[in-house]
Design a protein around this ligand. Structure first.
Ligand code: ZN
Length: 277
């Protein structure tokens, strides 16, 4: 006879769970996640959920590890919702911190999540929109291969970025995927605008994989085969992709470059915001 892994009672011959217990468990996981995400969007104090959460955990056979997963999933949803519609406000950032503190989410665990990375990036964009270009949210390990100019601050760096140069300008302009955007003041692209439009690189010449740095004055790229510096003031068009960005510089002979394997939403908004300063 088998023992139900949820309620620990007899599950009958050849069975290791009660279908009912399994259903309760799955519903409980979703209920916890949904409730925390809802509390965030409605701005209620996370403490008011505690009793309900304890009950759900008990009735749905949810252990501490599973509960933490639910809290993290709720955090992901909350961040996603916040960044869907607009820039991150201070109030929203504060509320997310409150959620983290209330459920005592482990710092390292949280920082390894995509949603946390997004949150930090969103805060960088807000800093810039407020004229703060200290670069203080960037954590760099090791040395940076860029020679910065006087008064230049490294604001963000992307690792393992693939660089590509367009072979001819005609090919570039004839491409149908992506949409090119002239830099316009005050335009912020929502995260949703970048879904499902990955960079196609088959018609471009690779210029290596390396580090891409964005400062308040330039974009730098350094790979084993090529080093580039693109002044922000010379950029006339940006082409946002979900996983990259295309850049057209001013000048007849300037070849368009595309960088792949980086967060398109973030670099697009970052460069746009900096170019307008
Ligand atoms: Zn059971």
């Amino acid at each position: 006879m088998g023992t139900c892994k949820y309620c620990r009672e007899n599950a009958g011959l050849f069975h290791s769970v009660h279908a009912d217990c399994e259903k309760k468990h799955a519903e409980g996981l979703e209920a916890i996640t949904a409730e925390i995400a809802k509390s965030f969007s409605e701005g209620t104090d996370p403490g008011t959920m505690d009793a309900g959460m304890a009950k759900l955990k008990k009735n749905s056979f949810i252990d501490e590890g599973q509960f933490t997963e639910c809290v993290l999933a709720a955090f992901d949803r909350a961040v996603d919702n916040v960044l869907q519609d607009s820039i991150l406000t201070r109030d929203e950032e504060e509320k997310l911190n409150q959620l983290r503190d209330h459920f005592q989410i482990d710092k390292a665990l949280l920082e390894s999540r995509d949603s946390w990375q997004k949150l930090v990036k969103a805060a960088v964009l807000r800093d810039i929109s407020e004229g703060n270009i200290s670069g203080s949210r960037l954590k760099i390990e090791g040395t940076v291969p860029f020679l910065l100019q006087k008064g230049e601050t490294l604001i963000w760096a992307f690792n393992h970025v693939g660089g590509y140069e367009q072979r001819t300008r005609t090919v570039y302009e004839g491409r149908s995927s992506g949409f090119s955007v002239r830099i316009v003041k005050g335009v912020y692209y929502r995260t949703g605008a970048f879904r499902g439009n990955p960079v196609q690189v088959n018609e471009m010449s690779p210029i290596g994989t390396g580090l891409l740095g964005v400062t308040n004055k330039n974009i730098y790229f350094a790979s084993e085969s090529k080093s580039l510096r693109i002044p922000l003031a010379k950029i006339i068009t940006l082409i946002p992709y979900e996983d990259g960005i295309g850049i057209q510089k001013d000048g007849q002979t300037a070849k368009p470059v595309t960088f792949k394997d980086l967060d398109g939403w973030f670099i697009y908004n970052l460069v746009t915001a900096l170019a307008q300063m």
